[in-house]
Design a protein around this ligand. Structure first.
Ligand code: FAD
Length: 410
């Protein structure tokens, strides 16, 4: 097969990690091609963003386009547990970062980013699937296909931003089970028919549903008359929705006080969808001529909305290092990429573990928490997980355990 195109960097996938990476490379004069298997707009889950992602959007020149799209501004997150409430507002945080993010239908958000990438002159081949990467000495020949043809793309470097597709982890046999217990989710979008303004729309709501499993539910209002709603819990419970998803979903919503406080009735935008065992890990995140970013690396859990933030963080960092390497500067991918990414993921891992073992419920639902500590925790929830000046980042696991212990002693 002849080579169809020769480029500097091939990016697999046009989700947030891929488009952010493409923009940085293009801004620095490199020739990039994104290959995306779907036609956009396409549905993907992951609708609550974090302020840290606003830094990334701004750095590559995407922020104006996102602001102009009219998405729902997000100013914080409110957690509930049997009538108790704990609100984190991004304006009240330790790290001096952005004080807002957005709540976005991802089909539209990802389309805004891919349009902004194309506007910069980046080529995106939609409805082409990456099938196989043939790694050669100093270059890669990648086979891509659509319904009619197979083509070869020759590149100097590959960024795997394929998300749930996990192209290189599958091809190179790098997938490993997650360190977290397997959990599943069921979600849909509802038509907004709020009971007047009982809750703020510029906030997401997380309600704890079960004392033992810490199963939970999300409510993410959009600006366009839709709200995303989902349940997360052990696989057996989520599988029990399978037989009649709409009925079971309505039944579960009917029992929920927070939901009933906000909505008059339930009108589905689409049949509730299940994702089983969503957590996944990976043996290594880079190798000769490639790097993995976003969800093709490790995905933990949706409870703190960290997925898109880690996608844009890793997409941008990987692109910066690829630029260095393409300019013939030696990059130590272990220390400059893998260790840094693992550091950020580990902070979230501590918070996810602390959610499911109840440590965070002790912290969130007490009246005793000091304002400065709450602000430090808020910065983690805003995605500022690389700020080593924050004690709840630097000593994340120990800081949470110690604080919960002190609260319990009072
Ligand atoms: P994606 O957004 O998945 O994009 C990858 C792209 O690659 C896709 O468009 C896909 O079509 C394409 N692709 C795949 N395979 C191929 C191939 N072979 N060839 C070409 N293209 C390919 N995150 C949040 O930030 N906030 C949330 O509220 C949130 N909620 C979540 C709820 C649940 C239940 C789950 C499971 C996850 C949630 N996430 C959330 C995580 C979020 O979905 C992901 O972290 C995020 O979408 C990752 O972005 P990405 O760019 O890495 O991949």
């Amino acid at each position: 097969m002849n080579v169809f195109k020769e480029i500097d960097v091939l990016i697999i996938g046009a989700g947030p990690s891929g488009t952010i990476a493409s923009a940085y490379l293009k801004n620095n004069g490199f020739n990039v091609l994104i290959v995306e298997k779907k036609k956009f707009p396409r549905f993907v889950i992951g609708e609550s963003l974090l302020p840290r992602t606003i830094d990334h959007l701004e750095e590559v020149g995407f922020l104006e386009a996102v602001k102009n799209a009219g998405f729902q501004e997000k100013l914080g997150a409110t957690f509930f547990d049997k009538g108790k409430k704990c609100e984190f507002l991004f304006a009240e945080q330790f790290t001096k970062g952005y004080e807002y993010a957005f709540q976005v239908p991802r089909d539209e958000f990802d389309k805004v980013l891919s349009d902004a990438a194309e506007k910069k002159g980046i080529e995106i081949l939609f409805e082409y699937t990456v099938e196989n990467v043939d790694f050669q000495d100093g270059f890669q020949n990648t086979t891509i296909s659509n319904n009619n043809e197979k083509l070869i793309v020759k590149s100097k470097f590959i960024i795997d931003a394929s998300g749930y597709g996990r192209v290189l982890p599958k091809q190179l046999d790098l997938n490993v089970p997650s360190s977290l217990k397997a959990r599943s989710a069921i979600f849909t979008q509802l038509k907004n028919n709020f009971k007047g303004i009982t809750q703020k729309q510029n906030n997401i709501f997380i309600d704890t549903l079960d004392d033992d499993t810490k199963a939970w539910m999300w409510i993410i209002p959009f600006s366009d008359n839709r709200t995303s709603v989902g349940f997360v819990g052990d696989d057996k419970w989520i599988q029990s929705f399978q037989e009649n998803p709409k009925n079971k979903f309505s039944e579960a919503l009917g029992k929920n006080a927070i939901f009933n406080d906000i909505f008059q009735e339930i009108e589905f935008e689409f049949e509730p969808t299940i994702i089983r065992g969503y957590s996944v890990g990976v043996k290594q995140v880079f190798g000769d001529g490639y790097v993995m970013v976003g969800n093709s690396t490790e995905f933990l859990d949706p409870v703190f909305s960290s997925g898109v933030m880690l996608a844009t963080e890793t997409g941008l960092l990987a692109a910066k290092l690829a630029v260095k390497e393409l300019k013939d500067t030696v990059v130590d991918w272990q220390t400059e990429y893998a260790d840094i990414v693992a550091g950020g993921v580990d902070v979230f891992r501590s918070y996810v573990d602390a959610w499911y073992d109840g440590t965070l419920h002790t912290i969130f639902f007490t009246n005793e928490i000091r304002k400065d500590m709450k602000e430090q925790i808020c910065s983690v929830l805003a995605g500022y997980v690389f700020d080593q000046k924050n004690p709840f980042v630097k000593k994340h696991r120990r800081a949470l355990k110690n604080l919960a212990k002190v609260i319990k002693m009072k």
